[in-house]
Design a binder for this molecule. Sequence first.
Ligand SMILES: NC(=O)c1ccc[n+]([C@@H]2O[C@H](COP(=O)([O-])OP(=O)(O)OC[C@H]3O[C@@H](n4cnc5c(N)ncnc54)[C@H](OP(=O)(O)O)[C@@H]3O)[C@@H](O)[C@H]2O)c1
Length: 359
Amino acid sequence: MDPLDAFPPLRWGIFSTGRIAGVFARGVATTRTGRVVAVGSRTPENAARFAAEHGIAPTGAHGSYEALLADPGVEAVYIATPHPEHVAWVERAAAAGKHILCEKPAGMNLAEGRRMVTAARRAGVLFMEAFMYRCHPQTTRIAALVRSGAIGRVRLVQASFGFRAEYSPASRLWSRALGGGGILDVGGYPMSFARWIAGAAAGGVEAFADPVEVTGVGRLHPETGVDEWAAAGVRFADGLVAQLATGVGLALDNQARVFGTEGWIEVPHPWIITRGGGALDFRLHRRGAGAPETITTEAGNLYGLEAAEFAAVLRAGGGAVPAMTPEDTLGNLAALDRWRAAIGLVYPADGAGAVGASG
Ligand SMILES: NC(=O)c1ccc[n+]([C@@H]2O[C@H](COP(=O)([O-])OP(=O)(O)OC[C@H]3O[C@@H](n4cnc5c(N)ncnc54)[C@H](OP(=O)(O)O)[C@@H]3O)[C@@H](O)[C@H]2O)c1
């Protein structure tokens, strides 16, 4: 018997009725270890609609986020508001004693990340930034291959995540007030991947490593000032370097490649590996071996994996979710701050001089 079966399912409350909130609710529904029991929205109508869609009892449909936090039936919250709203709700959720899975980027910058981690530690609640790809066995397998030396010493990581959304100043993706732009929306994926691979290559106790240098170039939108597309050059302590790219105004190949002295790993689907579950391949090219080896990993719903991992850590006594620890979150936010500083991308949340100073 799975030891988790001894526990009742983790009772989730979802902050917001937006796009990813629904995807997450469907993910939780695929697990045995969690159940969505409540939703909070700025409008009671949207809360009621979401509740009906996702099998949440009407008593769990809250017309404000405050009411969701006051619901004693909720053990853990999933925060899926636009990024600038994350920090205040993480702090309030921690104060209310709720465990927290917060969408990426956890904070707008390192300073906000530190506030979140401090609040969670003070309250003794579990906190995780929702980089769901880290919970997929493909990601773990790639890191294990790197650790085992399968491609020798890792020298270069290339990774991108970008898509082309039509310009609309009110959209969260393009609005400076709502934290729009590529680096914060999806640039955190390639950055966190490079840091994860650098950690595996270093072979130390940490799953990640932080860069010693981050340079960047990017194009800022002439009206809203958010980054339409951007590239980064990242260097780690042992000479490992990474080329990263992102954008909300440009579709990219959304792939990752890890090059070492004895071969390379080619990852066609590093982020949305199999959203609804299933099998996917990546390839290991060993130097001098001819045809690459195809490696298949198979898993369930990507968001269900994340929710299940969170629940498992919590039921085992808490601490941190190894796939994305608070220290990892802070390192990623620091690196994103440096990327943004390199291209002059500033948000109201940064205040005077916050970005760049924090890296
Ligand atoms: N991990 C992933 O795969 C993934 C994918 C997409 C997005 N995300 C992250 O999840 C977060 C939400 O993204 P999304 O694409 O779901 O956004 P979205 O569709 O625009 O939904 C955001 C929701 O947040 C609530 N909200 C609270 N304050 C708001 C404000 N000032 N303006 C607008 N909406 C506000 C709204 O819900 P109510 O009206 O119900 O309150 C809204 O529906 C972002 O941080 C994003 O980076 C993660």
